[in-house]
Ligand binder design. Structure first.
Ligand code: THU
Length: 135
């Protein structure tokens, strides 16, 4: 049975527990749902060389793609502590849009209630793989 959107948010909260964020203190968890109902979890992993930090969404995506999975239907993202929705950064939006522009992005508001968006609405006029193909 496929996990529902609330269940996906719950898994993202679980993934957040593993976040390594000693520098920002801002912990993030992501749960990425693939086309076959599989779920890939990720958290942010910071580094003393700050620029080496990997966001939670890209951790989850890279786990999936490196295991041969490339099509996704939804991602749930949670971050912070009652500081409002953890919107995916531009780099994560671009990395996700490469594979599934129409995936759903599930965030939570300050009270833990779900907020839904489509990824391509969050990154309109994006550059994608089609631009690197000849007509
Ligand atoms: N972060 C994410 O994990 N995902 C995002 O989309 C935005 C930011 C992380 C990176 C860093 O570890 C911390 O949040 C503060 O920027």
């Amino acid at each position: 049975m496929e996990v529902d959107r609330e269940g996906l948010l719950e898994l993202a909260r679980k993934a957040k527990e593993n976040a390594y964020a000693p520098y920002s203190g801002y912990k993030v968890g992501a749960a990425l749902l693939d086309g076959k109902g599989g779920v890939w979890l990720g958290c942010n992993v910071e580094n003393a060389a700050y620029g080496c930090t990997i966001c939670a969404e890209r951790t989850a995506l890279l786990k999936a793609v490196s295991e041969g999975v490339r099509d996704f239907t939804a991602i749930a993202i949670v971050g912070g502590n009652g500081t409002g929705p953890a919107e995916p950064c531009g780099q994560c939006r671009q990395t996700l849009v490469e594979f599934s522009p129409d995936m759903e992005v599930v965030l939570e508001d300050g009270r833990g209630r779900p907020i839904y968006h489509k990824l391509d609405e969050m990154l309109p006029w994006h550059f994608g793989p089609m631009r690197l193909k000849e007509d």
